[in-house]
Design a protein around this ligand. Structure first.
Ligand code: PLP
Length: 405
């Protein structure tokens, strides 16, 4: 009884004192999380097909990540603002990322989050090129700070905060002719290789190649926002490896920290060194690249590489996609399914259907939701370590829920 009262009090305090942004938060009261499973305080287990929005690539509570955190906790936590002291986990992480990403990504600036990494990348591009123009794409999402929002592609979320950055242009998605708007006034163009919140829209490699060529022609920097697609999610360690198109600046976050907050933007030393002059300390952060986050990130990265998690994501993603395709063939409410590795979508006929589908899945112990900018699209970004049995369970449950719509 007192446990029930505690749970009710906690739920009430959550609504009253934790600032609410959703009108209908999922509201699960979390007791623990392991692998692909979350257990709530009532002891109910849920198969997590969101992985904290594409963060928990290795599953909840990965032992190597936990061990690395415990070791780092005993050594030191915050000792100085970013970029002043040498500490091993940060240096090793930057070195490893540069080696794995390859040229031109020699150097790495660490932040606390994805949106901060985007801000840093935009500032770097403006300062390096001496230009002000910024370009994003319709339904692109890069975070919610002012700069990131300025290149975000949904007016519904931009308009309440106007005026945003000047000289920011949003181009239609995958419209080759529209790329003429990228010109010698453009400092940077930002694109997600797969738009996540935009409804899991996969950029055509041919379009990315044309975009790369246009940026090179006019001297604009190309920024890939791989906050979601990075670290194995789409079946390769970095999304850009699939198109072969290398951006000038690569932005990572979400899964990078192995479950701890960490973002990064990588580029050549020539580009990033613009932050050290006129004035020196042109972009600083207190907590960016925190020792604990870097320790977790390094352990997660080693696990990802040594267990070839990207290949596993490609294989499991193909299995999941094939299952979704057969669901689409059997249920007329499904308009389309698509996926890139373990970033997948089911597009339904109406927003009402997506809401009912997500609620039906949750009631049966499966966590999914719809994307921010496309409310007819159910997104899945499960742990990349999902087992075959978990995939079978997820598909059977979704089949049952689709049958109720
Ligand atoms: N970029 C993309 C593609 C995202 O999906 C997000 C967040 O969902 C961000 C940037 C912002 O990252 P963060 O929430 O860590 O600031």
């Amino acid at each position: 009884m007192s446990e029930r009262r505690n749970a009710a009090a906690l739920a009430r305090a959550f609504r009253l004192h934790v600032a609410q942004t959703s009108t209908a938060p999922l509201g699960l009261a979390i007791a623990s999380a392991r692998g692909a499973w979350i257990t709530d305080t009532k002891g109910r287990r849920y198969l997590d097909l969101l992985a904290g929005m594409g963060v928990v690539n290795l599953g909840h509570g990965n032992p190597a990540v936990i061990r690395a955190c415990q070791t780092q906790l005993r050594i030191h936590l915050h000792v100085m603002v970013y970029g002043e002291y040498v500490f091993e986990t940060q240096v090793r992480l930057a070195t490893r990322l540069a080696a794995l990403a390859g040229p031109p990504f020699e150097s790495c600036y660490f932040t606390n989050s994805g949106t901060e990494a985007i801000e840093g990348a935009l500032k770097t591009a403006r300062k390096f090129t001496g230009r002000s123009g910024l370009v994003g794409f319709a339904l692109g999402f890069h975070g919610d700070t002012f700069g990131a929002l300025s290149v975000g592609g949904n007016p519904v979320y931009r308009d309440p905060f106007l005026p945003l950055l000047p000289h920011a242009t949003i181009l239609p998605w995958q419209d080759e002719a529209a790329l003429r708007a990228i010109d010698r006034r453009t400092a940077a163009v930002v694109i997600e290789p797969v738009q996540a919140e935009g409804g899991v829209r996969i950029a055509d490699p041919a379009f990315l190649r044309i975009l790369r060529a246009r940026c090179r022609e006019v001297g604009a920097l190309l920024i890939f926002d791989e906050v979601v697609t990075g670290l194995g999610r789409t079946g390769t360690l970095f999304g850009f490896q699939q198109s072969g198109v290398r951006p000038d600046i690569l932005v990572l976050a979400k899964a990078l920290g192995g479950g701890l907050p960490l973002g990064a933007f990588l580029a050549s030393r020539k580009i990033l060194s613009t932050l050290t002059r006129n004035p020196p300390l042109a972009h600083v952060t207190t907590f960016g690249g925190h020792p604990l986050s870097c320790a977790a990130a390094l352990a997660a990265l080693e696990e990802t590489v040594t267990r070839d998690i990207p290949a596993r994501a490609a294989k499991s993603g193909a299995l999941l996609l094939a299952g979704l395709q057969s669901l689409a063939a059997r249920h007329r409410i499904v308009r389309a399914v698509r996926g890139a590795g373990m970033l997948l979508a089911i597009e339904l006929a109406t927003p009402n259907a997506t809401r009912k589908f997500a609620a039906g899945c949750l009631a049966r112990g499966i966590i999914v939701n719809w994307t921010l900018h496309r409310d007819t699209v159910i997104r899945m970004a499960p742990p990349l370590t999902l087992t075959r049995a978990e995939i079978t369970l997820a598909l059977a449950t979704m089949d049952e829920v689709l049958g109720t719509l």
